[in-house]
Design a protein around this ligand. Structure first.
Ligand code: FAD
Length: 388
């Protein structure tokens, strides 16, 4: 049954409930300082984002996709989608649970031992721990299965040596879920194990990397003889690739990003309409065409999201369709950052919100799988073209 753009009666009721919750609580952000959206805010540990997170938690909505047995809301695909859509429309933070709720929680629910679930799931829901993802290495990004970080069994521990890179938030993280090589002689996908590493373990060194936007959002992480108890292994030894790539049943339509893009455009249009601004339509009429193109793009991004969600609602697993969504919305992100620079003209050359946003947008077509990788998936799995 195809999903309709109109809500069913029960979906409309749900949408109203979500809207009511947002209206009752979004006042939290009314007096928040800009600083509160920063590092602490980002991870929901302090300030307005923390207060918002607590309200979402009270409602039982921190983990919309998790089963209620584990403290989740057990929402259907369409209900999660509506929630994300409403949160994005109102500009309040969605996914307040971060990597913990989105990635490691569902992995533990699927593959973890009862002790691992007991130890971690509650703390993730309560926002007591920050997780980071240790997958990429200097020689293993797109080709992740080439990773070299070694874990060697020694009694009840693995001894970890090697390096991860681009690890977002590692400088604030309490735990890392990661992949390490346990059998160097096996075919490369078959010698990898999935481990949970306490970031306070002796031998873990985190070195922040400064991006060209002058921010420290990701890091290098070094492991020197780090002892990881075997009880922190998720799934069987050498089966980590399959644990790490489990299809996680959470909402992946990128609707938040599609709506976020349109809201950014709305705000740029408001600036361009203000006559006093050097960035006004009066001064730069030619920009109208660029705005029109981007508004159409934003609608296309939304339709691509609807396509993914309609597949999920019908029990299908989106594949090259998710790649299309990712490719289109990340490239659109960059085009809008460029539009913002065009709008500000020479003022865009000064280090301000437009220029920082412009350099920051560069990474959107790399993070989470590069554009070339997405195009490869679309070519081979979508169009059935032979591998090059
Ligand atoms: C903002 C940001 C946050 C990130 N956060 C994390 C994180 O928290 N944890 C983590 O583990 N990683 C993280 N990453 C790393 C990210 O997953 C990798 O950067 C990404 O997978 C690409 O790998 P790479 O940088 O090694 O580039 P490479 O894989 O070396 O690619 C280099 C170039 O070659 C092209 N290329 C590679 N293979 C192919 C191919 N088969 N066909 C065509 N072209 C190809 C790529 O498209 C790219 O242009 C983050 C990256 C960014 C930018």
């Amino acid at each position: 049954m195809p999903i309709t753009l109109a809500d069913s009666e029960s979906e409309l009721e749900w949408r109203k409930e979500v809207r009511q919750f947002i209206n009752d609580n979004k006042g939290i952000f009314a007096n928040a300082s800009a600083d509160e959206g920063g590092e602490g805010g980002l991870f929901g540990r302090m300030g307005a984002v923390k207060k918002w997170r607590d309200k979402v938690a009270e409602k039982g909505w921190v983990a919309p996709a998790w089963p209620t047995k584990y403290g989740g809301a057990d929402l259907g695909v369409k209900e999660q989608f509506i929630m994300n859509e409403e949160f994005a429309e109102s500009g309040v933070p969605s996914n307040v649970g971060g990597f913990g709720v989105m990635m490691i929680g569902p992995t533990l629910i699927e593959h973890g031992t009862e002790d691992q679930k007991e130890e971690h799931l509650g703390r993730i829901l309560r926002g007591e721990v920050i997780w980071c993802q240790g997958y990429s290495e200097p020689g293993a990004g797109s080709d992740l299965a080439s990773l070299q970080t070694r874990a060697v069994r020694d009694g009840d521990d693995y001894v970890l040596n090697g390096q991860k890179i681009w690890t977002t938030g590692a400088q604030y993280a309490d735990w890392m879920y990661m992949l390490a090589r346990t059998d160097p002689d096996a075919p490369k996908h078959r010698g990898i194990t999935y481990l949970l590493v306490d970031m306070k373990s002796p031998g873990v060194t985190v070195r922040p990397l400064t991006t060209m936007a002058n921010m420290q959002s990701f890091n290098e992480v070094f492991f020197e003889d780090v002892r990881v108890p075997v009880k922190n292994r998720v799934g069987d030894e050498n089966r980590g690739w399959y644990v790490g790539t489990t299809t996680l049943d959470f909402e992946r339509s990128s609707i938040g990003s599609a709506i976020g893009v349109r809201k950014t455009l709305d705000s740029l249009i408001r600036q361009a309409k203000s006559e006093k601004s050097p960035a006004s339509f009066d001064q730069r009429r030619s920009l109208r065409h660029e705005f029109t193109d981007r508004l159409i793009d934003a609608e296309v991004a939304k339709m691509l999201s609807y396509r993914v969600i309609s597949m999920q609602a019908n029990g299908k697993i989106p594949n090259h369709e998710s790649s299309m969504c990712k490719l289109f919305s990340s490239e659109l992100n960059q085009k809008i950052a460029l539009l913002s620079m065009h709008l500000f003209g020479m003022h865009g050359l000064v280090w301000n919100r437009a220029s920082t946003g412009y350099v920051q947008a560069v990474s959107s077509t790399i993070a989470g799988g590069t554009s070339e990788i997405q195009k490869g998936i679309m070519a081979t799995r979508g169009l059935g073209l032979p591998r090059g």
